[in-house]
Design a protein around this ligand. Structure first.
Ligand code: F6R
Length: 612
């Protein structure tokens, strides 16, 4: 969603802020802006569209003018209140032009605050909720910027990650968070504030993650951390272990393609050191659960959104089949608002690539309040969900920059399988079964490589179907969630209307939509359920729908039932979702490419959804 960058140090300020914004581009946005103080005056430049449009506005003359300043703030906006326009783009200023604010999140009581401020004579220029913050800070200012910002924040309801500068307090950036992440990068003679570590990694590997209600006075060589009641707080300095090059395209045309091809390595990183071959179990110390603890878990609820939710659906099968634990999967927003029943022995697993998704985080808090055992499965180290759950598993998939989640999904599924194996071994799974499953999990990276080797064949199939307006994906059992995920991938990056259905459900309504123009992709791998899905494919063919099958190599029988076939290597039911989804990611990618879509930044989407 929105992105924040603040910088204070000796580098060229315009270049540094623009560089930071470019590194946040992947999150999705519609306008951008910067604010820098030159000769005690705030200069703000904004543009609608890409960061390159903003960069083009910074002419050599402006760049020179700004270069005397050593600090500033910048923002990429994903519109919530008010359309994307220069007026609504951040930074927002008070009418005297003394304070500039960039903000992620939503100020829920902005309408009443705005009304009061207007009645006191403040003049607003935008339709945003954020602008009230600039006026409120002006209202509260008595010479100390940190105190003014803290006082203003006490009046607001809602969520925020902010950075503020003032022409009255040169050399200072105030930053604060409640519900929307802020990270401070500690360099040598420079400090960077950002909403996401990708804007920081190229400057330093030392970071401080703010907690909710933390506020910080940031200077070139100093960070003064307090809580909103002005009590000093200490936060650990964490070390980021990202290779800055991991957030580059590395020769691939799109981040999404790079991330699809990175999956063998990403999955190998997820499983490395986490399998005990001898005992046939998972070695997941981050869960911090003894076999006795595991024996007391009698119900699991998985809460997540989007692609992570689909990984959770595969997890449901794993926990029930392997560990005998009744498991439900809930859209995280539904979980948080419908007052879930949590009894002793209920465990909540929150799955989130970013670790910042607002609804998933709220589900974690609700579960903790109700006394559940809560664990996170997240990718971004140090993000809010793993910090709040205090137990869980990091994916170690490396940064995922493409808006469409790919490697996070396969690593989530592999992690859920290791978790179910561990839970299963503490309950009913035999050592021999465990050993076989461990061997299966070790084979996953090789299975994925085999699918990637077929990318050219998949591209050909994609070309044939690239002009379809509607698509159906059908699957059963372990491959049912994969059908839904495959449809999501296609719709989000190619804008083709796609639906993922249980194969048996098609004839309960959606089959009415089938004709010769609506392709159906059937996950017909050679695992239990295949015979049934062949019947479903026949039903589609009978309605003249072109059928594309995902099938197991060597299964020649399938040729009689499908016009096109994507071959998947032979594998177990448990591991089948992973190579299968990789094929569907490639299909979606190549269809989107054929259609000329902006694959890494699809319209209207944001990488990390930090508002409800
Ligand atoms: C789809 C996609 C989204 C995310 C969802 C949850 O490709 O990326 O559906 O999966 O927004 O995000 P996380 O996993 O960060 O909680």
């Amino acid at each position: 969603m929105c992105g924040i960058v603040g910088y204070i140090g000796n580098r060229n300020i315009a270049d540094t802020l623009i560089d930071g914004l470019k590194r946040l581009e992947y999150r999705g946005y519609d306008s951008a802006g910067i604010a820098v103080i030159v000769k005690k005056k705030i200069i703000s430049i904004k543009a609608v569209g890409k960061v390159s449009a903003l960069s083009a506005k910074i002419t050599p003359a402006i760049r020179k003018e700004l270069s005397s300043s050593k600090f500033g703030i910048a923002h990429t906006r994903w519109a919530t209140h008010g359309a994307p326009s220069e007026r609504n783009a951040h930074p927002h200023l008070d009418e005297k032009g003394r304070f500039a604010v960039v903000h992620n999140g939503i100020i829920e009581n902005y309408a009443s605050l705005k009304e009061r401020l207007i009645s006191q004579g403040h003049k607003f220029v935008s339709e945003t909720d954020t602008e009230v913050l600039a006026h409120l800070i002006d209202d509260c200012y008595e010479g100390d910027l940190l105190q003014a910002v803290a006082a203003a924040l006490k009046k607001v309801e809602g969520t925020f990650g902010i950075a503020v500068i003032s022409s009255e307090n040169p050399g200072q950036i105030i930053t604060a968070r409640r519900g929307s992440p802020i990270v401070i990068g500690i360099g040598t003679g420079e400090t960077i504030v950002a909403s996401d570590i990708s804007a920081i990694v190229s400057y330093t590997d030392k970071v401080i993650y703010l907690n909710d209600n933390d506020i910080a006075l940031v200077e070139k060589d100093n960070v003064d951390l307090r809580n909103i009641d002005n009590v000093p707080v200490t936060r650990e300095i964490a070390h980021i272990n990202w290779d800055p090059g991991a957030a580059e395209k590395g020769g691939y045309e799109h981040f999404m393609l790079k991330e699809i091809f990175e999956q063998p390595e990403a999955i190998a990183n997820s499983i490395r050191g986490r399998l005990d071959e001898e005992q046939g179990t998972g070695a997941l110390s981050g869960l911090n659960l003894t076999p006795q603890d595991l024996a007391t878990i009698n119900r699991i609820i998985i809460a997540a959104c989007g692609t992570s939710l689909h990984a959770g659906m595969v997890g449901e099968y794993y926990f029930e089949d392997l560990a005998d634990i009744p498991t439900e999967v809930e859209q995280a927003a539904e979980f948080r608002y419908r007052n879930p029943i949590i009894h002793p022995g209920t465990m909540i697993i929150a799955i989130s690539q970013s670790g910042e998704t607002a609804d998933t985080l709220a589900a974690v808090r609700e579960a903790k309040n109700k006394g559940a055992i809560v664990a996170g499965i997240c990718n971004v180290v140090g993000s809010t969900i793993p910090r709040e759950t205090g137990r869980g598993i990091y994916l170690h998939a490396g940064p995922e920059i493409g808006v469409a989640s790919t490697k996070a999904f396969t690593c989530q599924v592999a992690t859920l399988l290791m978790m179910a194996l561990k839970f299963g071994r503490a309950r009913r799974l035999s050592r021999q079964n465990g050993i076989e499953l461990v061997a299966d999990i070790h084979r996953i990276p090789e299975l994925v490589k085999k699918v990637l080797a077929k990318s050219k064949d998949i591209a050909k199939i994609a070309k044939k179907y690239a002009n379809a307006h509607d698509f159906f994906f059908i699957g059963r059992g372990y491959l049912y969630p994969v059908a839904i995920e495959g449809a999501l991938k296609l719709k989000e990056i190619s804008y083709v209307h796609a639906e993922g259905y249980h194969a048996a459900e098609l004839k309960h309504g959606p089959i009415a939509l089938l004709d010769e123009k609506v392709p159906v992709l059937a996950l017909a791998n050679n695992i239990p359920g295949k015979d049934k899905i062949i019947g479903n494919m026949q039903e589609c063919k009978a309605r003249k729908a072109p059928v594309i099958a995902l099938a197991t190599e060597g299964d020649n029988e399938i040729r009689r039932h499908a016009e096109d076939i994507i071959w998947i290597p032979e594998c177990s039911s448990e591991t089948a979702p992973i190579p299968s989804v990789v094929a569907l990611q490639l299909l979606a990618y190549y269809i989107a490419k054929e259609r000329g879509c902006p694959i890494d930044q699809p319209r209207n989407l944001a990488k990390s959804v930090t508002v409800e």
